[in-house]
Write a protein that binds this ligand. Structure first.
Ligand code: CA
Length: 204
């Protein structure tokens, strides 16, 4: 009987950690392609293009590319409205640049799969060369009416470029935020209650 209570507690803790698992599939492009993603014009670069593993997702901006263009790599995952989520990825900007930038954004989709413009959130754009750096959007809340999140790598040309630039992304994560501290405290109270219960039984 004691053993079964112990197993139940362990099972409960395991369930709590599994709830924060990465919801994205092929998050680091290790299939060597964009399986599970939408990626027109992007390529899976190897070796130095990878933050971890073998591949990263890249977009190349060439000289004289028109301004005002967006090049997007995205994947949609189901969400629960009102739930908080954490998103992150690693970004690298290589080459030379004047008028291109890259950032990660999350757009919410309604039940019809349409973007709910105005509810999304993005990281500060990176507009010059940098080594792989992690960017995060923490505790973003799925708004009322949201059925899915579109997790997006965005490359944007702000004006006609003289760029010779590679915008690369790797190791995306999108997961439900961990429980609030109050929830953890409540969980702790529950565990100590079980401990007292067991101790009392042992003393008899
Ligand atoms: Ca990778």
């Amino acid at each position: 009987m004691k053993m079964s209570i112990g197993k139940w507690v362990v099972a409960g803790l395991l369930t709590a950690s599994v709830a924060s698992a990465n919801l994205l599939l092929n998050p680091g492009f290790e299939t060597g392609d964009f399986t599970e993603w939408n990626a027109g014009g992007w390529y899976a670069g190897s070796e130095g293009d990878a933050h971890s593993g073998t591949y990263g997702g890249s977009y190349y901006v060439a000289p004289d590319q028109a301004g005002g263009s967006y090049f997007i790599l995205d994947q949609a995952v189901d969400v629960v409205e009102g739930q908080k989520y954490d998103a992150s990825c690693w970004m690298r900007f290589a080459g030379t640049a004047n008028n291109s930038e890259q950032f990660m954004e999350v757009q919410w989709l309604n039940g019809l799969g349409e973007i709910m413009w105005g509810n999304g959130v993005g990281t500060t754009p990176v507009s010059g060369p940098q080594e792989y750096t992690q960017f995060s959007l923490n505790e973003i809340t799925a708004p009322v009416g949201a059925a899915a999140a579109s997790v997006r790598a965005v490359v944007h040309t702000t004006d006609v470029t003289s760029d010779n630039a590679w915008h690369t992304f790797d190791d995306f994560s999108f997961a439900a935020s961990i429980p609030e501290p109050t929830t953890i405290a409540f969980l702790g109270l529950g565990l100590s209650g079980i401990y007292l219960f067991r101790k009392k039984k042992t003393m008899r």
